[in-house]
Design a protein around this ligand. Structure first.
Ligand SMILES: [Cu+2]
Length: 120
């Protein structure tokens, strides 16, 4: 009985992994330039380097797949912003970076690392 349960859980996981890595990707590329999807999984933000235009409001749509507590927050220290990310549910972070520069964003332990590159 337990075997069946474990096996079916494994199958579900495999299907999910295949979905996120091969099927879900084209959908991400279709979003408008103001909304940027960021996958949070396996210790990395994907994409981890995001180039944006200064003075433009953008939405960073975090898609957290990693259920570990490590991934539960995203912190934009330069913007005094800390946001809780729900697992398998998109979380939107709206920002209007006015000044050109590089602004790192991390999880609360700084293991996940990304950078927002603001250009003129
Ligand atoms: Cu962490």
């Amino acid at each position: 009985m337990i075997d069946i349960l474990v096996n079916s859980l494994g199958v579900v996981l495999i299907v999910l992994i295949i979905y996120w890595f091969w099927i879900a990707k084209p959908r991400t590329q279709k979003t408008s330039s103001d909304v940027i999807d960021i996958i949070v999984d396996h210790g990395v933000y994907e994409p981890a380097r995001i180039e944006v235009e200064a003075g433009k409001t953008l939405t960073l749509r975090f898609q957290r797949k990693d259920p570990s507590p490590c991934a539960e927050k995203v912190v934009f220290s330069d913007f005094d912003l800390s946001v809780d990310l729900a697992v398998n549910k998109p979380t939107d972070v709206k920002l209007t970076p006015d000044n050109v520069g590089e602004y790192p964003f991390t999880c609360q332990m700084q293991m996940y690392r990304g950078v927002l590159v603001v250009k003129q």
